[in-house]
Design a protein around this ligand. Structure first.
Ligand code: GUN
Length: 284
């Protein structure tokens, strides 16, 4: 029997732990405030932003909303981020991506102070992650580590194969698995003999961005499979990069879509927000 890794339940557990911690920190006069910036009104981004604000409210973190029109210039957005960097009442800054095409995303990410970079996207955060220094972790990969640990799956010494090399998932995932003493391979769209590589995996992390691409042929008997994908199938139901019905019987544990990796991203964002005040000097 394969273990179904319940991201909804694990993310709720993390959010409840954070809620208790935030109450304890509040009693010491420490309060977290997240600035949430959205440019334009892409419907998917609006859903994500609202979910982030709801999670803040649940945990007891203040959120400040900045909803800017689509026509906002890069200079205007930069000026807002710089103002938020200087604002001592703001601990974390989140600029929802994607940004409109006339704004250079990389430049905006670099403008956010690394001390307030709760997404973990700034090159300083990325560098800290790779050299093992304390810093903000990219939320989706950090959530996957929590899913594994809290499901009793050990990473040490395991063959970990990641499909996908994005800056947001694949690359930071590799750094985090390495930090947990996994043996890590990153495969991607140009990888030759993909099945040969994925069939070596004890832990297979799939972030390939292709609907139900991974079938049983890609999976070793008894592997753990983590699905980062999010798509709609022909019946308009949510599904992942993994063909769940085909793969699940061959796994020892697997994440569903929805209800697997998805809910963990926000839980880890909340953890990063709390991190901004955990280590703060006590205020007089
Ligand atoms: N857009 C989709 N996912 C994310 C995320 O994790 N952070 C930000 N800032 N934008 C996103």
């Amino acid at each position: 029997m394969s273990q179904l890794i319940d991201g909804k339940q694990i993310s709720k557990q993390i959010k409840d732990e954070l809620k208790d911690e935030v109450a304890r920190l509040a009693a010491m006069g420490k309060h977290a405030c997240l600035a949430v910036v959205q440019v334009g009104n892409d419907p998917a981004s609006s859903v994500y932003v609202n979910n982030k604000k709801k999670a803040c409210a649940y945990i007891g973190i203040e959120s400040r909303s900045y909803e800017l029109p689509e026509e906002t210039t890069e200079e205007e957005l930069t000026a807002l981020v710089e103002k938020l960097n200087r604002d001592e009442g703001v601990n974390g800054i989140l600029v929802q991506l994607p940004l409109p095409s006339h704004i250079d995303e990389d430049r905006i990410i670099r403008t956010i102070s690394p001390d307030k970079d709760v997404d973990g996207f700034h090159p300083v955060s990325v560098g800290r992650l790779w050299i093992g220094e304390k810093g903000f972790l990219s939320c989706t990969p950090a959530g996957i580590i929590q899913l594994l640990k809290r499901s009793g799956i050990s990473i040490e010494g395991k063959e970990c194969v990641i499909i996908g090399r994005s800056n947001i998932v694949g690359k930071p995932m590799a750094a985090l698995l390495l930090r947990e003493n996994g043996t890590v391979t990153i495969a991607h769209s140009r990888t030759k003999n993909l099945q040969e590589i994925t069939r070596r995996a004890d832990i297979l992390i799939v972030a390939i961005g292709k609907r139900q691409f991974i079938t049983a042929d890609y999976v070793r008997e008894g592997a753990v499979v983590i699905d980062v994908g999010m798509h709609r199938d022909e019946n308009n139901h949510l599904c992942g990069d993994v063909d769940f019905a085909d793969v699940e019987p061959h796994t020892s544990a697997i994440t569903p879509v929805p209800g697997g990796v998805g809910p963990m991203t926000i839980a880890m964002l909340m953890n990063n927000c709390v991190e901004t005040i955990r280590t703060q000097e006590e205020r007089a």
